[in-house]
Write a protein that binds this ligand. Structure first.
Ligand code: AP5
Length: 210
């Protein structure tokens, strides 16, 4: 199964990818996580991507397409994968097509800008393993401590309200047109994001026929 999760920043792509990944036993590939890891490790890629990410802008297509190609070439992707945060522009979707990858399903998570802003302000991520929490909707057992690895949970730099506003504008201008792109293929399923994570998961699994 080869899946794409579309949706605005903070729509819950990473949260749902985690569940689908364990249900279908396929890896979730988040270009955002790969880029954040590169920034953390101070690699050349990370240094180039940082300013775009901190400002809520998209990293240039050619850089992200290169990252994705490299990641999809790994053995664990042979049985399928979930793309979380890629493609994010029409040229990225076209690049995926040119790679000869046939996508089975595209799930679009729909959440209002207002709800997104609330979600982002409460999101906390583990600075060691990247696990994601929410102060209200998905709290860690002990505040500030990751359930999975015991690392410290912090607010992402790009979750600052001004940056969230910019990210939403970028989403509407550059990523939302992908809905039309995939609608034409007949593979798009729209899932209305619910207030409860588990309710959204049930709708996502239903869209996948599970
Ligand atoms: P990336 O990391 O991909 O960020 P994003 O798309 O902005 O997505 P998020 O990780 O913010 O949100 P999400 O949809 O995964 O939501 P989550 O599950 O965490 O990218 C970061 C940056 O990298 C980009 O801005 C860009 O610069 C660059 N980049 C990455 N990919 C790129 C690409 N392809 N091209 C160019 N640049 C690229 O949920 C959010 C919060 O809500 C959490 O706290 C969660 O617990 C909570 N929550 C989730 N579901 C629910 C629910 N149903 N009810 C209540 N709360 C919920």
């Amino acid at each position: 199964m080869k899946l794409i999760l579309l949706g605005a920043p903070g729509a819950g792509k990473g949260t749902q990818a985690e569940v689908i990944c364990s249900t279908l036993n396929i890896p979730a590939i988040s270009t955002g996580n790969i880029l954040r890891e590169a920034v953390k490790n101070g690699t050349a890629l990370g240094m180039e991507a940082k300013a775009y990410m901190d400002g809520g802008k998209l990293v240039p297509d050619e850089l992200v397409i290169g990252i994705l190609k490299e990641r999809l070439a790994k053995d664990d992707c042979k049985a399928g994968f979930i793309l979380d945060g890629f493609p994010r522009t029409v040229p990225q979707a076209e690049a995926l097509d040119r790679m000869g990858i046939v996508i089975d399903k595209v799930i679009d998570l729909e959440v209002s800008d207002e709800a997104i802003t609330k979600r982002m302000s409460g999101r906390r991520v583990c600075e060691s393993c990247g696990a994601s929490y929410h102060l209200e909707f998905k709290p860690s057992k002990e505040e500030g401590v990751c359930d999975k690895c015991g690392g410290k949970t912090v607010q992402r730099k790009d979750d600052h309200p001004d940056t969230v506003k910019e990210r939403l504008e970028v989403y509407h201008a550059q990523t939302e047109p992908l809905k039309g792109y995939y609608q034409k293929t007949g593979k798009l399923a729209i899932v209305e994001g619910q207030d409860e994570v588990s309710e959204t998961t049930a709708l996502v699994l239903k869209a996948l026929g599970r």
